[in-house]
Write a protein that binds this ligand. Structure first.
Ligand code: ZN
Length: 351
């Protein structure tokens, strides 16, 4: 018997529908629970093809205006990344900032963690999602890894890392210019902690690592997308964000232990997911890579990434993070993970 259970319940809703001359309608909802954390998501199949009603369409004129106006005062553009961004103290990093290719890593002006650098990814002020090329992102991740190794040498308490991305305002970015962030902390932040506690409890019960069992379980099913190097890409059964795609590294828990091919394969996958989001009409996204220092990690943890698309940009756009997500920590499924994986799989294979 499988150790992982994909649990869902059906719920019926009856009402008189004004869109059908007040005829009685019956909607059957599916309420799913994440097999590890129990996080709830809800799928109303009648929302199929209603993504536009929820996320709207990006307004090209508004996007153009935001790009042009923000470019004039952008701290990451041209010479300003050298002249206007913070520098590390000389005791911490003699050169002040880290550089890999076009990527430049420097301290955040307002840190939210013990170590919280920002990584300006490229010279371009704006990228379409299909322009987030693997090599470009690999520079950013390589800079993040270099920084993590420096922190490990200097700060014995640093153990929990998230390499993250917010792209454009709906995703919480305050600057348009493509950039990543990373936090390295002595305690795992809430979701990271829940993941670690849960995989540890799973390991004690089942004597095998949850994420490897998940890959094994999903590999032949409808939510598995593909394998690239040591990364397994899939659409989670009960997502925590819109169009969530995740990838699990089958071997390493520590972002610092990923090889260069690991980083390149990761970026290849991210570029596919982002280009796929573009075909769905999206422009804004978040991601997080979760990592634990090797000697602090439970045997059961594996480095993983979660990527989600965010609300589209148009005047007075609606926030996609409301009571359901923010206060109930549940998510709405518009495109079922099984459909998402099938479409993304085709995308990985054909382009
Ligand atoms: Zn810029």
């Amino acid at each position: 018997m499988s150790k992982i259970t994909f649990e869902s319940i059906e719920s019926e809703v009856r009402f008189h529908n004004p869109l059908r001359d007040f005829a009685e309608d019956l909607h059957r909802l599916e309420i799913r629970k994440d097999p590890l954390l129990g996080d709830v998501s809800v799928h109303n199949p009648y929302l199929k093809d209603k993504a536009k009603a929820f996320f709207g369409e990006c307004d090209p004129d508004l996007v153009k205006r935001l790009i042009e106006e923000s470019e004039k005062t952008c701290f990451f553009c041209g010479e300003k990344v050298e002249k206007s961004t913070p520098r590390f103290t000389s005791e911490f990093l003699a050169e002040g900032r880290l550089r890999v290719g076009e990527a430049v890593l420097f301290p955040n002006l307002f840190s939210l963690a013990t170590h919280h650098p920002v990584i300006c990814l490229c010279k371009a002020h704006f990228l379409k999602l299909s322009e987030f090329q693997p090599d470009l992102m690999a520079n950013g991740f390589a800079a993040a890894q270099k920084f993590l190794k420096i922190v490990y040498e200097r700060d014995a308490s640093a153990a929990f890392t998230a390499v993250t991305g917010n792209y454009l305002f709906p995703a919480g970015a305050s600057l348009v210019h493509p950039h990543f962030q990373m936090i390295i902390t002595p305690v795992p932040y809430s979701y990271h902690a829940r993941l670690l506690d849960a995989v540890d409890a799973y390991y004690r019960k089942n004597a095998s690592p949850y994420f490897l069992d998940l890959v094994q379980e999903e590999k032949t099913g409808p939510r598995y997308v593909t394998r690239k190097g040591r990364w397994h890409w899939l659409a989670p059964f009960s997502p925590i964000g819109n169009n969530e795609v995740m990838a699990i590294n089958e071997a390493e828990a520590d972002f610092g232990d990923l090889t260069l091919p690991d980083l390149k394969d990761l970026c290849y996958g991210i570029s596919k997911v982002l280009a796929f989001y573009e075909t769905l009409g999206h422009l804004s996204f978040n991601f997080a890579v979760y990592s634990v220092k090797r000697d602090r990690s439970p045997e059961s943890f594996r480095c993983l990434i979660k990527i989600i698309s965010r609300q589209n940009l148009y005047p007075n756009y609606r926030n996609d993070d409301y009571f359901l997500q923010k206060l109930l920590q549940a998510e709405l499924i518009i495109m079922p993970p099984e459909d998402l994986a099938a479409r993304l799989k085709a995308f990985f294979l054909t382009r």
